[in-house]
Ligand binder design. Structure first.
Ligand SMILES: [Zn+2]
Length: 269
């Protein structure tokens, strides 16, 4: 059967045809298709990582909702390209580099903040609504509700409840491309103390050569940490500081390594 009948998890319409939806939008998977680097995606249903060809899909949205998410993706697909943004509104200003840590900083201006925020939030919503975020929920219901309120409000620009950080993965390194479905990472106890935090929760996903991060909860952060978020976050005036970094430097990579021990390769199925 090509489709199934059920309730749409987004608009709650009942007895509707549910179409197959990507969790990570297809445009973020496409850029990596021709490269040697294999694409992995966290498969929450089996709590394993698997090699994917075209991304994890699930039937949980009606046709109308799937189209709405597609519209949200359209803007992001122009901005987050492996070769850089394809939008004349966006200006890029180099901010120097640090060769020791292989990092280059750029300030991007002219981003449509609302569209960009909706895109990042929509990927998190798709993950939450799909029910694939097991065993741990990606967003708890109060977080999802608050995020949906921000998502739906066209006027109240809010860049601080769930700050969004975006980095570009260094070209020419392993793992520049590939997609990883949203994963919730928390730092508590010793790890959090190292960062001068009581608790940090953030959601990370990557695709198309970019790493997207939404900070969900920060409890008792040092001034340095708060300043770092202020410096790097996507701002409501359409500005963001983007750092180029190797994927191996990121928290998501550390988790990926741990999870990939349970990876099902094509030969092990
Ligand atoms: Zn719907």
């Amino acid at each position: 059967m090509k489709y199934k009948i059920g309730s749409c998890k987004n608009c709650r319409a009942e007895n509707v045809r549910l179409v197959q939806s990507h969790i990570i939008p297809e445009f973020l998977c496409r850029d990596g298709r021709d490269l040697k680097d294999k694409r992995y995606e966290a498969d929450y249903a089996s709590n394993k990582w698997r090699v994917i060809q075209s991304g994890i899909k699930e039937r949980f949205l009606c046709d109308l909702c799937e189209k709405k998410f597609g519209e949200v993706d359209r803007y992001a697909s122009k901005v987050f390209k492996l070769s850089g943004p394809n939008d004349p509104q966006i200006k890029i200003e180099p901010m120097g580099e640090n060769p020791d840590i292989n990092t280059k900083l750029e300030r991007w201006t002219g981003i449509d903040f609302k569209k960009c925020q909706r895109f990042v939030f929509s990927v998190l919503q798709r993950m939450s609504l799909s029910g694939l975020d097991k065993p741990e929920p990606l967003l708890y219901s109060d977080e999802l509700t608050k995020m949906l309120d921000i998502y739906r409000d066209e006027k109240g620009l809010d860049d601080s409840t769930y700050p969004i950080l975006i980095s570009r993965l260094t070209a020419g390194t392993n793992f520049q491309t590939g997609a990883v479905a949203p994963v919730r990472l928390t730092a508590e106890g010793d790890n959090a103390l190292k960062m001068n935090l009581l608790c940090l929760a953030s959601v990370h996903f990557r695709g198309g050569g970019y790493l997207f991060q939404a900070v969900i909860k920060v409890i008792r952060a040092s001034m340095d940490y708060r300043l770092a978020i202020e410096h790097f976050k996507l701002r409501s005036n359409g500005q963001i500081v983007i750092a180029d970094q190797p994927f191996t430097n990121t928290l998501l990579f550390q988790v990926s390594v741990a999870m990939s021990r349970g990876l099902q390769g094509p030969n092990q199925r």
